[in-house]
Design a protein around this ligand. Sequence first.
Ligand code: MN
Length: 206
Amino acid sequence: MSDSLEEYRKKRDFRRTGEPSGESGGGTAAKRAGREQGAGRGGQPLFVIQKHRARRLHYDFRIEVGGVLKSWAVPKGPSTDPRERRLAVPTEDHPMEYADFEGAIPEGEYGAGAVIVWDTGTYVNLKREGDRPVPMEECLERGRVEIRLNGKKLKGGYALIRTGKGWLLIKMKDENADARRNPTTTEPASVLSGRTLEEVAGSAGK
Ligand code: MN
């Protein structure tokens, strides 16, 4: 169990929230959690983007690294237009089980509000130096992550770059770049359940 989840657990009361503690046994998510890397299809690392209406609507961008989900909150969500630079605020590591969490976090709890899985899939680390693939931990430390997403809504290269003003999420220029697409608007529903954020919020307490 990774110590990097301490902050995640400290912020939450698992008797109240339906979010996973990252300590449970059983289920596919728990099986994933014990694995070093490659919880996604075909043993590749996974990514997930959760749409979350807390005090403010945002998209939580998470990538599997070293058995946890490294996370950023992206207020405007991801773009498919390489000219768009989306602010991405680093947040605490989340347990692997979080990757399929959808539900309404109750009032008074950290992050109160509805969560859906807006997109998910696997990713490939694109960062290389000569013949050497640069480990993701090193990319994070340097503040330069380049990955190719294979999601249902998002595909192709995305960069997460740390600048003097914080991190930015930017679509890389490739065959999947498309300035005319606007998937956060045109494809709002969950890729797991088909539900919208409003439907999940409305089912709270049931
Ligand atoms: Mn969030």
